[in-house]
Design a protein around this ligand. Structure first.
Ligand code: FES
Ligand code: FES
Length: 152
């Protein structure tokens, strides 16, 4: 089936299997590889992106439901490479990643948290971000989100 959607401010018409999750539309059809596959069960958050501004775990979101919607992926979070989103800048400043695999999902979740709560406490961050990092970068993630809240 054909659907129309806007991905990172670019309009697209894509031909997809009606049962395809949005994650595979983004990775395999549109070839944006920043959004990752982890669990495939809406548990880990590696596949997080925005659909009409809402944080969504795209492995469990049917691509056909994105028809007519606006998608933002990690590639579209900042305005351009010379003007990083404050969360991306904080990630660099604090040197958060280890292997890096889970980090796009965390960055998307962190940016949304700060949009909704510009000065979160450590508790707010722990409660608001349920993504999983197998490398155990959570302490640096918390530090980076607090840092991002101060530099934005
Ligand atoms: S891959 Fe989607 S939540 Fe884990
Ligand atoms: S940095 Fe390796 S899984 Fe998170």
């Amino acid at each position: 089936m054909k659907i129309n959607l806007t991905i990172n401010n670019q309009e697209k018409v894509v031909d997809i299997d009606p049962d395809m999750p949005l994650l595979w539309l983004i990775r395999d059809v549109v070839k944006l590889k920043g959004t990752k596959f982890g669990c495939g069960m809406a548990l880990c958050g590696a596949c997080s992106l925005y659909v009409d501004g809402e944080l969504v775990r795209s492995c469990s979101y049917p691509a056909k439901m994105a028809d007519g919607k606006r998608i933002t992926t990690i590639e579209g979070l900042s305005e351009n490479e010379s003007h990083l989103h404050p969360v991306q800048q904080a990630w660099l400043d604090i040197q958060v990643p280890q292997c890096g695999y889970c980090q796009p999902g965390f960055i998307m979740a962190a940016a949304k948290l700060l949009e909704q709560n510009p000065n979160p406490s450590v508790e707010d961050i722990k409660n608001g971000i349920t993504n999983i990092c197998r490398c155990g970068t959570h302490p640096r993630i918390i530090k980076a989100i607090i840092h991002a809240s101060k530099i934005k």
